[in-house]
Design a protein around this ligand. Structure first.
Ligand code: FAD
Length: 452
């Protein structure tokens, strides 16, 4: 009997998990052995990540277990470390193990996603040390923990200047993720102030800094204007056509040399393909480090190596690379599965044909904006549509039911303003310095030292 065809998928996120599901339908007929390698045994349902962070939903409810989602695939919960293309093997290490393993493949799919784009130090300094990202579940919960810690500190200080700095949140990047973050965070932090005797809603401030001439530039003019007005009416400052050049523990310096005192910076200014691709020898990469693919998802000039999702640059029918979105990765997956099967059977493959179906952005406080198939919607209806669409897109009825319960209970029950212990060590260290009036960059803070 012939050996099965081994298909190894690196990354079990939106692209990888949906691909495994699509391939499973062909597994018996074509004798496929499908293996997913991911460092987690779940993938994050990203559109709900911000809500999970701010406690509107239980964090677990925006994760999807890979084993349950792609039942007939093998999952290796392992860190991908290297590729040996000559031998047709992936080098990985199981989480918790101390030795590398080699996993052989006949077809390899790279679906390793993206990371937050951090510009080089000579362009923007201090981001890694002082800014938060919004990319993983731990990031979302860490931002919530940070906000609660700062509310506690602000409540205990008698200096107004100090209070204002502690409760000033700066979001760098005003596209979909940044706007979603500021919308939810404003809601969360201001509503939390009722629990503190010495805090008022007006003590909290939020600034979005966007380098492009407008926030949400992905949307038509009418919708980004509407969003700006809505956010400004809620007291959120929107600074467009401006960038940040330095991030410090207690302030940022903008491109026009202004110093904005703040204690939390959230960096949502773009993404980049997973940098691990650069360490794999022999892959065709573009200038951004993404896997350069032909229109049929195959890595350029290679046989049996394919790209999918955020880490790959795949031209659509208009010859432009498809945008890094979950809705794109999900719809690329069945097309790639058909092409892998075609290649196994020796049939011609088909070019990718996936378009953005619509953009929905929740602004918080039951408002949102949406552009769907040419229709533009704003306000409550757009927000309700966002919820309904993502509820239906969430895999599995059990998960959908849990989400509905979370949202329903939120109508009647107050959120819990408790920490889950997720502030990264680097940021904790900074807090210690804040309390003693010292900053990370050696510049003394203008606040008198407080005792711990
Ligand atoms: C906050 C946020 C909100 C978003 N909202 C939306 C939205 O509303 N609509 C939309 O369409 N898109 C949205 N996106 C974008 C969307 O999430 C991505 O486009 C999508 O996840 C891409 O799928 P992917 O499979 O390429 O990558 P991912 O889903 O990120 O999967 C990559 C996988 O690779 C694994 N991995 C990476 N490196 C390694 C390694 N070395 N070893 C082992 N495993 C590894 C990771 O654990 C991960 O599971 C959002 C993104 C964010 C961050």
């Amino acid at each position: 009997m012939a050996d099965p065809t081994r298909i190894v998928i690196l990354g079990g996120g939106f692209g990888g998990a949906y691909l495994a599901q699509s391939l499973q339908k062909h597994a018996k007929r074509h004798d496929l052995e499908i293996t997913i390698i991911d460092r987690n045994n779940f993938f994050v349902f990203y559109p709900l990540l911000v809500e999970a962070g701010t406690g509107s939903i239980e964090p677990r409810h925006c994760t999807v277990p890979i084993r349950e989602f792609a039942r007939s695939s093998e999952l290796l919960m392992a860190e991908v470390k290297d590729l040996d293309l000559a031998e047709g093997e992936v080098v990985c290490r199981l989480i918790g193990d101390d030795r590398d393993r080699r996993v052989g493949f006949d077809h390899l799919v790279l679906a390793l996603g993206s990371v937050t784009r951090i510009l080089p130090e000579n362009i923007v300094s201090g981001v890694r040390e002082h800014a938060f990202e919004m990319k993983h579940m731990t990031d979302a919960v860490a931002i919530r923990d940070r906000a609660i810690e700062l509310l506690e500190l602000a409540n205990a200080t008698s200096s107004l200047e100090e209070k204002q700095r502690l409760l000033h949140f700066v979001i760098v990047g005003g596209n979909v993720t940044g706007i979603e973050v500021v919308g939810e965070l404003e809601n969360f932090v201001r509503d939390a102030t009722v629990q503190y005797a010495h805090l008022r809603r007006e003590d909290c401030s939020f600034t979005v800094i966007e380098g492009a001439p407008s926030i949400l530039s992905i949307l038509p003019t009418h919708l980004h204007d509407w969003s700006r007005r809505n956010l400004e009416e809620r007291g959120i400052t929107i600074q467009e056509g401006l960038t940040v050049k330095e991030v410090h523990g207690d302030h940022v310096i903008t491109s026009d040399d202004r110093r904005l005192p703040c204690s939390t910076v959230i960096w949502t200014a773009g993404i980049a393909p997973n940098p691990i691709l650069k360490s794999f020898k022999g892959l065709p990469l573009n200038t951004f480090g993404g896997l350069e693919c032909s229109p049929d998802y195959s890595a350029k000039g290679m046989n049996g190596v394919w790209g999918l999702g955020d880490c790959a640059s795949i031209p659509g029918l208009d010859a432009k690379p498809m945008p890094p979105l979950a809705q794109i990765a999900i719809r690329q997956a069945p097309q790639l599965a058909s092409n892998i099967i075609a290649s196994i059977e020796g049939r011609p493959t088909k070019p990718a044909d996936v378009h953005v179906q619509g953009i929905l952005v929740p602004l918080g406080r039951h408002k949102g904006v949406a552009k769907l198939k040419g229709i533009r919607i704003e306000g409550f209806f757009a927000w309700a549509m966002w919820r309904a669409i993502y509820l239906m897109k969430t895999p599995g009825w059990r998960r959908r039911f849990r989400l509905m319960m979370d949202w329903f209970l939120n109508l009647f029950c107050k959120r819990d303003y408790v920490q889950l212990g997720m502030i990264p060590a680097s940021h904790r260290e900074f807090h210690g310095q804040l309390r003693t009036g010292r900053t990370n960059d050696g510049v003394g803070s203008d606040r008198p030292a407080e005792s711990d």
